[in-house]
Design a protein. Structure first.
Length: 732
């Protein structure tokens, strides 16, 4: 039974009246009737009266407290945006959160304990218990406005940019027609850009604007200016959705095949739309802090569910994108307190050197069924392409934006790049415009759109605030599309650099990317939403989002979407994950079973006080890690390019991880010369036969401050870039 505040007041008055009436009536009865006639029963009657009154009082208190509990639990369905959880930070902002009040404990062979949602959380310490090779996982609530991070949060933050008055946007694309908007320019023309692969494009010839027909998605324009030299010619790019019949030039379809069996165009009512929007470097807490209007729209209008314990699978975007797009592990899961070594599906180098067109990507499956498809990144080297990896050899989606980024970013002196910066245009504006146009195209027909916004939050915890209005407007504009859609808003990981990352809260947020999912309107009052709310209290990974999207492709293909009204109990597994569209998922849910590296695991870790930096043990652990770093550089034969490294011992910090075993594991933070690079990771100390040995137990030591171009001389070696301080930098 749900009791709203007004009902509570009525019940309060009624119960108080009943308690008073019972006491008053019984006292009167005792005085006027029973006592004179049955004095010998006086003691029994009095006790009975007190007992009945006490029972009613307890009932009142129980309902009062029950109302509170039920009402709080209901907030899983709809966020109460009047609470400060989504309000800008201020001196008076309370410590509020939408995480469970009680810690969620994930134990072997047991389902997740789901607790009510609270207005406030505390930070009481708890202990993570590790029993042999089995982990009991405690998921602690996170305070969005933790006092530790107060000085880092600035809701009014906006990019610092002043438009260059000498640069104008001379062309615009309006309703499929490119027009000249500034009369001071002359000889304006346009051409189309077409993708070859993720790193190359071709182009059509230039045509005068009046003759140009945009039969492509990426349009480049140029104009002359009579008072400017030729090298300052105006150039600009326009994204566009050119509606057309799809081809078969993707995935592993032979190039001589022109039709795909069972491919058909359907309405969004028959087959729901799917939209996946990734915000790079965005934690769960940071999205909820920064995107008030977007969160309110999605939660209140579209009943979206926030998965508060989404755990990243790897250090940066590439391993996380491989988990999300392809369901594959591309890092070695080192032996650690939770598990023995788990080998990857592909090593980091293998994943970079191969194309991915032959792998099981959900976009391919939707495209095979006849969905209109779009994919866009706002950076050429994004996600699976970082840092210069092959990626797709053929466009994965009918509408693919790669030529836009390639043309923008090629050449240091790019006129296009200069113009974009001079106009203070941000990269996310073009990807959202592309998606916006796509959602307006193909009226009422099924589509899937996937965009990845890299720049917004990559280097700043405040980078999202100013974009909230833009995303709100786009999603609000396409309400009909979203009412017939599965919408996934998510991060790949949290902020990885800077002062914020070096806080305790920052470390947790780095490991806890945002995940919010809404479903088509016909499922919002079904068992599916209850299933999702329950799963939202569990430890979740990108593998699970991959599995959920793959299940959706099967439901669509087999015309079994009605299964979602009452989801099947059987676990749906795909890759290394399980679908959160079903009530049962892979159990037990801990960082061992879900392939989450020890150092990124959200399960609560407790540490002893740090050892003194000058202690012999801290210095020996630091020396071992330095030797490990040097061996990494030597293994790639890059010692001629990278400067010798040394340790700033006074900056080292080692904290022992609390375990209920004899294992001795330390979280080490150390700073290196000459880069001033700050690295953090885990080392095991093994004591046997009067000898002490050391072993690194993390996938990679993570650099938590920015390194910019320090390692540019080894840019093709992703694992070395944070470590290497190129010798030529010393000359500068």
């Amino acid at each position: 039974m749900f009791i709203n505040p007004s009902q509570k007041e009525v019940l309060t008055v009624q119960l108080e009246s009943v308690v008073f009436l019972v006491v008053f009536t019984n006292v009167n009865v005792l005085n006027n009737s029973i006592l004179p006639r049955m004095a010998n029963f006086h003691g029994h009657v009095l006790l009975l009266t007190i007992f009945l009154s006490f029972c009613l009082l307890l009932a009142f208190l129980s309902i009062n407290e029950g109302e509170k509990s039920v009402q709080l639990y209901s907030k899983r369905v709809t966020f109460n945006l009047e609470e400060a959880v989504l309000q800008p930070l201020s001196e008076s902002a309370p410590n509020v959160t939408i995480s469970p009040t009680k810690e969620t404990t994930l134990t072997p062979n047991a389902s997740t304990t789901t607790s009510s949602l609270a207005d406030t959380t505390t930070a009481e310490d708890t202990t993570t218990a590790v029993n042999s090779n089995v982990l009991t996982c405690i998921l602690k609530p996170v305070n969005l406005w933790d006092p530790e991070i107060k000085d880092y949060i600035d809701p009014k933050n906006k990019p610092s940019c002043t438009p260059n008055p000498t640069v104008e946007q001379a062309t615009e694309l309006i309703d499929g027609v490119v027009i000249q908007t500034k009369s001071s320019y002359e000889n304006c023309s346009a051409r189309c850009l077409f993708q070859v692969d993720d790193w190359h494009y071709t182009s059509s010839g230039w045509s005068p604007l009046e003759d140009f027909k945009p039969e492509c998605d990426i349009i480049e324009t140029r104009c002359d200016h009579p008072s400017k030299p030729a090298n300052e010619t105006y150039n600009y790019l326009h994204p566009y959705i050119y509606e057309r019949k799809d081809d078969t030039n993707y995935a592993q379809h032979p190039k001589n095949v022109t039709e795909i069996p069972d491919r058909k165009i359907t309405t969004q009512e028959e087959r729901p739309n799917v939209y996946v929007i990734v915000f790079d470097s965005t934690s769960s807490s940071n999205f909820l802090r920064s995107m008030n209007k977007t969160v309110e729209l999605m939660s209140n209008t579209h009943k979206a569910v926030v998965f508060r314990y989404n755990n990243k699978n790897g250090l940066n975007s590439r391993p996380n994108s491989w988990a999300l797009l392809l369901g594959k592990q591309v890092y070695d899961l080192a032996r650690n307190p939770y598990t023995d070594e788990i080998l990857p599906d592909y090593t980091l180098s293998e994943s970079c050197e191969r194309t991915v067109d032959d792998l099981d990507y959900w976009m391919f499956k939707f495209r095979d069924m006849g969905y209109h498809t779009l994919q866009a990144d706002d950076w050429l080297g994004a996600s699976i392409n970082w840092p210069n990896c092959e990626g797709f050899s053929r466009a994965p989606a009918k509408h693919y934006m790669k030529p836009f980024q390639k043309r923008t970013e090629e050449g240091e002196g790019s006129v296009i790049r200069h113009n974009v910066k001079a106009l203070c245009r941000e990269t996310y504006e073009d990807t959202t415009l592309y998606l916006d146009q796509f959602m307006s195209a193909y009226k009422n027909e099924s589509q899937i759109g996937f965009i990845w916004n890299n720049d917004l939050a990559h280097f700043s915890i405040n980078g999202l605030f100013h974009s909230d209005e833009r995303f709100y407007q786009m999603l609000h504009k396409h309400e009909e599309r979203l009412n017939n859609a599965f919408v996934i808003l998510m991060g790949d990981h949290g902020l990885r650099f800077g002062g914020f990352r070096n806080t305790k809260v920052g470390e947790i947020e780095d490991n806890n990317p945002f995940l919010m999912v809404s479903v088509p309107v016909q499922y919002r009052n079904s068992k599916l939403l209850n299933v999702m709310h329950n799963n939202a209290q569990k430890l979740i990974t990108h593998y699970d989002t991959y599995a959920s999207l793959m299940e959706l492709t099967e439901l669509v293909k087999e015309n079994r979407l009605d299964d979602l009204l009452n989801p099947k109990a059987e676990i749906f597994k795909k890759g290394h994950g399980s679908s959160y569209l079903r009530p049962n998922m892979i159990e037990p849910r801990n960082c061992k079973t879900l392939r989450i590296p020890f150092e990124y695991c959200l399960c609560h870790k407790e540490f002893e006080d740090p050892l003194e930096p000058e202690s012999d043990l801290v210095q020996k652990i630091s020396d071992h890690v330095l030797d490990h770093f040097v061996s990494m550089v030597e293994a790639e034969n890059k010692t001629s390019l990278c400067s010798n490294m040394s340790i700033q011992y006074n900056m080292s910090k080692a904290e022992r991880f609390v375990l209920d075993t004899e294992k001795e594991i330390y979280r080490l933070t150390l700073t290196l010369n000459p880069s001033d690079g700050i690295f953090t990771g885990y080392v095991e100390v093994v004591r046997a036969d009067d000898k002490v040995t050391f072993s690194v137990v993390t996938e990679r030591f993570e650099r938590v401050n920015q390194y910019g171009e320090q390692g540019h001389c080894v840019e093709d070696f992703e694992h070395l870039r944070p470590l290497c301080y190129c010798k030529e930098q010393l000359k500068k």
